[in-house]
Design a binder for this molecule. Structure first.
Ligand code: OVM
Length: 403
């Protein structure tokens, strides 16, 4: 017996199902139980080890050498089962293959490159908020704002044509479900996989994209030789997969936060420079992306527990973002805290490459609202939409007082 195995700890075991729709609609109690159980918990139902504390989630995220992404970042292990689509050149790749696509997309989505979008998106947000407020002071802010704004702003920035944009949200919903087990949420959409994938793949082609968007810039990188012609459409696909639902539910999280914390809305109105903090705090507080997996490249010991090579590790980003060991009063949405260090965008080499785009969208929408709305409150019970990965919404009824 090796040294490591002699001293190996048997981790606490849980038969809980984190992908049960009931749990997905209200994950807080399971997150707390898993954090309390220990630094590593074995989930017997799926034969995986799970991390729910900030320290261990953060450590696994930054250790790409021992926790790989190339075997998939969902429950399925690509070394043993086929993926539902060709793996992502970014999300589901490790260095060195990951490096070129990452560098290309990082430059296209970096703050200096986004500067020209700031004025465009501010105007788009003002126009949308004016339209919504002209019609009513009570409305479903999920559809009217959180869905409507990214759908007006982002596909144009990518360079998509006007037709078929209604496919983007269903495709994202399907992709984020696919990281979980093959449960009812996955089988419910099985009949749309071929149709939605065909539409998305068609719109990753150079000919489908305008000449001035993110998509064209990705193809220009291929022309320069910075990407291969096989990688270019996959990198466009990453934008279309990861760039829509995430921002929709992230913006909904912001709106829910300010509607349920009136004092924070007043603080934000008085200090507009807090909008970016507000977005990051909302991402910490709600964690629109709740979970990702990694695969151990070798036997890895975490806090005394040996995780065998080639097995999956489930990282609870949402639980880490509310770990009381890391955050004072973690369940409070609080604009006076510094939310940096949250793992809602991941951490390390795969940390969300589109986060500056998301922040710019949030800034545009929250600023337009803050200039026009004095009070904002819930007008009914918000409804969640179950998804295996996303903390997502169905409706967010709000009442506002203009001023
Ligand atoms: C991708 C991709 C897909 C889903 C999520 C994501 C959160 C990336 O296709 O690269 O990051």
């Amino acid at each position: 017996m090796t040294e490591a195995l002699e001293h190996a700890l048997v981790p606490p075991v849980s038969d809980a199902d984190p992908f049960d729709p009931e749990v997905l609609l209200d994950p807080g109690p399971l997150h707390q139980a898993l954090r309390e159980a220990g630094p590593v918990v074995y989930l017997s139902r799926y034969d995986v080890h799970a991390l729910a504390r900030h320290e261990q989630v953060h450590a696994a995220l930054v250790d790409w050498q021992r926790f790989e992404s190339g075997a998939g970042v969902g429950l399925a292990n690509f070394r043993h089962e086929k993926s539902w689509r060709p793996p992502s050149a970014l999300l589901e790749a490790d260095p060195p293959l990951h490096d070129a696509p990452r560098r290309v997309l990082r430059e296209i989505l970096a703050p200096p490159a986004l500067r020209r979008l700031r004025t465009t998106w501010a105007a788009t947000a003002e126009e949308l908020v004016d339209q919504v407020l002209a019609e009513a002071t009570e409305f479903d802010a999920f559809t009217a704002l959180a869905e409507a704004f990214p759908l007006r702003a982002f596909p144009d920035a990518v360079g998509l044509g006007p037709d078929g944009r209604e496919n983007l949200l269903p495709y994202g919903n399907m992709a984020f479900n696919s990281f979980g087990p093959r449960n009812d949420l996955v089988t419910a959409d099985a009949h749309r996989v071929a149709e939605l994938s065909a539409w998305v793949n068609l719109h990753c082609a150079r000919e489908a994209l305008s000449e001035d968007g993110f998509g064209a810039q990705i193809w220009a990188a291929a022309d320069r030789g910075d990407l291969t012609c096989e990688q270019a459409p996959l990198v466009v696909r990453s934008l279309l997969t990861a760039g829509v639902d995430t921002t929709v539910h992230g913006l909904a999280a912001c709106l829910y936060a300010v509607a349920t914390h009136p004092e924070e809305w007043q603080r934000l109105r008085q200090r507009p420079e807090l909008t970016r903090t507000a977005f990051d705090e909302a991402v910490r507080w709600q964690s629109p992306v709740q979970t990702f997996f990694r695969t151990a490249t070798t036997d890895v010991t975490i806090a005394g527990t040996v995780i065998p090579a080639d097995t999956k590790i489930l990282m609870f980003l949402g639980a880490a973002n509310r770990d009381p060991r890391r955050w004072p009063d973690p369940d409070r949405f609080d604009l006076t805290r510094d939310p940096s260090g949250h793992v809602g965008f991941g951490m390390g080499i795969h940390q969300c490459v589109g986060q500056h785009v998301a922040r710019l969208e949030a800034e545009a929408l929250l600023t337009a609202l803050a200039c026009r709305v004095e009070r904002i409150e819930l007008a009914g019970t918000p409804r969640r939409h179950p998804n295996n990965t996303l903390r997502s919404w169905e409706s967010l009824p709000l009442r506002v007082k203009k001023g």
